[in-house]
Design a protein around this ligand. Structure first.
Ligand code: G3H
Ligand code: 13P
Ligand code: ZN
Length: 311
């Protein structure tokens, strides 16, 4: 099997009320942990690469690791650029074999966002690649750009039809109260997402796949594991799983998860090294870290996304 686009994945996910997991990948162990879980659960997958990940690991290494995962799993896998911030970056990923790119013009004015997104769509569609756009602005950190809560803004449902029609995007990321990173909601407050906005967007764009960024649950087990083995993370609160399940049952077809992978990996490595202070072979601590990622991703696939058995 070769890399696929997300078109068929989203069509089925929309019709059947589940979501595809879009997991951020940075190295071999992360790719192996995610894809081993998906293989056992027969789940379609989106593996996404941020520009930071591409700088860290190199385009060719990530491409070849994902190709290896396809050989090992025989799963439909879509390789996606996460938060592309320029036409040139999107073009380079398209030319280099990605099957999906995100052009994130959410920091631009509405009209500038349309012009940039449309330009990427034209280049991508001519080459069989699909495009995700974004309207509305999430708070949090992406590639060292920190968007404060004051600068974030919910998606305006009045803009979505015009944006999709004028750009020709294949999916749309919207802002309904999630944010990137481990600190999504103020400690002591109840996490709240604007499902009214999601439902209104769905009404305006029937059948159109919506994307939810910043969708890690910030699993407490891993935060505790970090903090009880020398770490010092402040109270970290993520998106409750029941809200993610609800989003998946509505128009959300792609749920982005990165922070939970980072927490699973770091928590497990911290614990291993604290318990085995004389060990120094990276395989010894990367092996349980990969296993923790696998079980965490299995949990997401089966209990949150509902995409098990859909490959
Ligand atoms: O949305 C951002 C993702 O978590 C990727 O993070 O840019 O640090 O690789 P990164
Ligand atoms: P989290 O930080 O919640 O994992 O979000 C990841 C994301 O949206 C990647 O684009
Ligand atoms: Zn994101």
């Amino acid at each position: 099997m070769a890399l696929v686009t997300s078109t068929e994945m989203f069509r089925r996910a929309y019709d059947e009320g589940y979501a595809i997991g879009a997991f951020n990948v940075n190295n071999m162990e992360i790719i192996q942990g995610i894809t081993e879980a998906a293989k056992e659960e027969r789940a379609p997958l989106i593996l996404q690469v941020s520009s930071g990940a591409r700088k860290y690991a190199n385009h060719t290494y990530l491409m070849k690791l994902i190709e290896a995962a396809i050989i090992e799993t025989d799963l439909p896998i879509c390789m996606h650029l996460d938060h592309g911030d320029s036409y040139e970056l999107c073009k380079s990923c398209i030319d280099g074999g990605f099957t999906s790119v995100m052009i994130d013009g959410s920091h631009l004015s509405f009209d500038e966002n349309i012009v940039l997104t449309k330009r990427v769509v034209e280049y991508a569609h001519d080459r069989g690649v699909v495009v995700e756009g974004e309207l509305g602005r999430l708070a949090g950190v992406e590639d060292d750009v920190n968007v404060s809560a004051e600068d974030s803004s919910y998606t305006d449902p009045d803009q979505v039809e015009e944006f999709v029609t004028r750009t020709g995007v294949d999916s749309l990321a919207i802002a309904i109260g999630t944010s990137h990173g481990a600190y999504k909601f103020k400690p002591g407050t109840n996490p709240r997402l604007r499902f009214d906005i999601l439902e209104e967007v769905e009404r305006r764009l029937p059948g159109f796949p919506i994307v939810l960024h910043g969708a890690s649950s910030v699993i407490p087990e891993f935060v505790d594991m970090i903090n009880s083995h020398g770490g010092n993370m402040p109270d970290a609160i993520g998106v409750p799983e029941d809200m993610l399940r609800k989003a998946a049952s509505l128009a959300v077809c792609k749920i982005n998860i990165d922070s939970d992978l980072r927490l699973a990996m770091t928590g497990t490595i911290r614990k291993y090294l604290a318990e085995n202070p004389s060990h120094f072979d990276p395989r010894q601590y990367l092996k349980p870290a990969r296993a923790a990622i696998k079980e965490m991703v299995r949990h997401k696939i089966v209990n949150v996304l509902g995409c098990n058995g859909k490959a």
